[in-house]
Design a protein around this ligand. Structure first.
Ligand code: SER
Length: 580
């Protein structure tokens, strides 16, 4: 049986409810691009909110970590991975958590106790040595010399602030060498497989730590790593979590894995991550910002390594790899079934786009580095702008030649270009708003929020029919067949103010008009826009084709108040509103 099924069955038998994996793009947390840990979607509940499924939960969660993209290609780093987890929300604590982990490892997975070792929190000025965990492990049969005490590695927090606590980490001896009687966490033959965090604290921005409303447990076990261990593999990519993908890459490249590991792992890892991003309900498409940029980089890097393996880029290699991945996972993730075409189209479109310029770009790269000179910012930007080379690709190519890239110079050039195009499109398409002041900019963002609010309150058929902004007020015309009731007005106002209070980031990306429309972006007069458009998003609330400018965060708007609602023309209503 697959480790995921064994894990869920075991914890369900211990009174846990299985919760579905949250999307890879967090729904309510604009501070991160992707979910990086199983606990992330559960933060509100660790902080004290009641979970609808109760106090014992378990799941397998899709995670994406992009901080180590250059490391991909070795035997154990993955961009996308699954984390198995079980949680107690103020239910059991250290003893029971450790007992269950021990039982699962030794009785269900049949791992011999001799192969296990653990670390526990050693204690510091504020939090004492974790004697409870220490004693528990001992009572279960882990000898004292296999229980290491550390400080830094035994305190877990997702970022700078939030729920946190001391933890106990479980290690497995992954080597055929004789097992040393004393456990040294620095000895790389011992690999961490599970982390049980005892979350009882919250760290605040000023650095202080207070108790959470309840003592919680948050555990995380890496699926790929543990699968490899159970199958006796030292290369994760040689385990059943990966072999079907590596096999298909061997087939399309007609090359063996041995000797081509790095490129094959990069292709497998990057396409798999791209599949899960594309299938996510957030509807991410390759672009030059945020998640879309990561997606673009992953696909383009996979293509470059496919080229290295002499795969015919114009064949349907990426479709075959992605299909294999979706076949493997669709039993666990319904979105792969629902969005199969979206995924395959997304990969193919990006491939076509990149492929058009890849050859020329590589030739250009060779030309500009012919004399083995480092790459300046202008050249790096030229490779990006004209040939679609993400800066990281230029860096990687440069590295292969032992050259450096002026990243700061590139960034400056990038910014300059962005400002130019933003002003240009603002001037052309949002009559009069270019060069607008701070207050007009706020009103402009408010029209997007009002548009989104009216869609929720009145119905999805509401569309913007016009707007007019002065420093004193905004006017917003929209399609609607009736006079708004007082309740509808109040609700719309409330929603806008709620979003302002939530201080949601406003983000912008540049894309093809077609893609923008496909992605569900709202626009007023489609034919008025050029082929390349800018799209402004306010969290998941609003997405509109628009030249800007906008505020960076909705919190900047102040208080929103509707002052008037009246007829504008047949089927069109007009709202006047102010920001106070
Ligand atoms: N949050 C912890 C981790 O990511 C345990 O789930 O390791």
């Amino acid at each position: 049986m697959n480790l995921k099924d064994l894990y869920i069955n075991y914890f369900v038998s211990k009174g846990h409810k299985q919760i579905p994996s949250a999307p890879v793009v967090p729904e309510n947390d604009p501070s991160v691009l992707f979910n990086t840990a199983g606990m992330q979607p559960l933060i509100p509940y660790l902080m004290g909110q009641k979970h609808p499924y109760g106090t014992r939960l378990c799941d397998y969660q899709k995670c994406i970590r992009t901080n180590d993209l250059e490391a991909i290609g070795d035997s154990y780093h993955h961009t996308f991975f699954e984390m198995l987890g079980n949680w107690s929300l103020g239910d059991y604590f250290k003893d029971e958590s450790i007992e269950m982990s021990f039982e699962f490892l030794t009785k269900i997975l049949n791992i011999p106790v001799e192969r296990l070792a653990v670390t526990v929190f050693a204690g510091n000025d504020t939090i004492p040595f974790d004697e409870v965990s220490f004693n528990k492990w001992k009572s279960l049969g882990i000898p004292e010399e296999r229980i290491a005490r550390t400080v830094e590695d035994n305190f877990w927090i997702a970022g700078e602030t939030g729920p946190c606590g001391s933890d106990t980490e479980i290690f497995y001896f992954r080597s055929n060498d004789e097992i040393p009687s004393k456990f040294d966490p620095e000895d790389e033959r011992w690999v961490e497989i599970w982390n049980n965090v005892f979350m009882e604290f919250e760290k605040h921005e000023d650095g202080t730590v207070t108790y959470l409303p309840a003592k919680n447990v948050d555990t995380g076990m890496g699926f790929e790593r543990t699968t490899a261990i159970l199958e006796g593999k030292t290369d994760n990519y040689a385990s059943s979590a990966w072999t079907p993908v590596i096999d298909i890459i061997k087939e399309v490249s007609n090359l063996p894995y041995e000797g081509n590991e790095k490129s094959m792992r990069i292709i497998a890892d990057h396409i798999r991550t791209a599949v899960f991003i594309l299938a996510d309900p957030a509807g991410i498409k390759p672009s030059n910002t945020d998640q879309g940029y990561i997606l673009r980089r992953l696909i383009r890097r996979a293509i470059r390594h496919a080229k290295k393996l002499n795969i015919d880029i114009n064949s349907n290699w990426e479709e075959r790899i992605a299909s294999t991945i979706m076949d493997m996972y669709e039993k666990y993730y319904q979105e792969l079934k629902d969005n199969r075409t979206i995924v395959l189209d997304g990969l193919k479109n990006e491939k076509i786009k990149f492929n058009r310029t890849l050859e020329k770009g590589l030739r250009e790269f060779d030309k500009v580095t012919r004399d083995n000179k480092d790459i300046d910012g202008v050249t790096a930007f030229h490779l990006f702008d004209t040939f679609g080379f993400p800066i990281e690709l230029t860096e990687e190519l440069a590295q292969d030649k032992g050259l450096k890239v002026d990243i700061e110079g590139y960034k400056a050039k990038f910014k300059e270009h962005q400002e130019l195009s933003r002003t240009a499109s603002a001037g052309k398409f949002k009559g009069g708003l270019a060069g607008s002041g701070e207050i007009e900019t706020k009103y402009h963002t408010a029209t997007h929020l009002l548009n989104a609010a009216l869609k929720q309150v009145v119905g999805p058929d509401v569309h913007q029919k016009g707007s007019n902004i002065t420093a004193e007020r905004m006017r917003f015309d929209f399609s609607c067949d009736h006079k708004l009731s007082d309740e509808e007005k109040a609700k719309a106002e409330e929603l806008v103010n709620k979003w302002i209070e939530e201080d949601i980031p406003v983000t912008v990306e540049e894309m093809n008009k077609e893609d923008a429309i496909k992605s569900g972006a709202e626009c007023m007069f489609i034919e008025k826009y050029p082929d390349r458009v800018t799209v402004y998003s306010i969290g998941n609330i609003s997405k509109e084709l628009c030249g800007g400018p906008h505020v960076k965060h909705t919190g900047e708007l102040g208080k929103f108040k509707i002052t008037k609602e009246e007829a504008s023309s047949a089927g069109v209503r007009r709202i006047k509103a102010v920001l106070e």
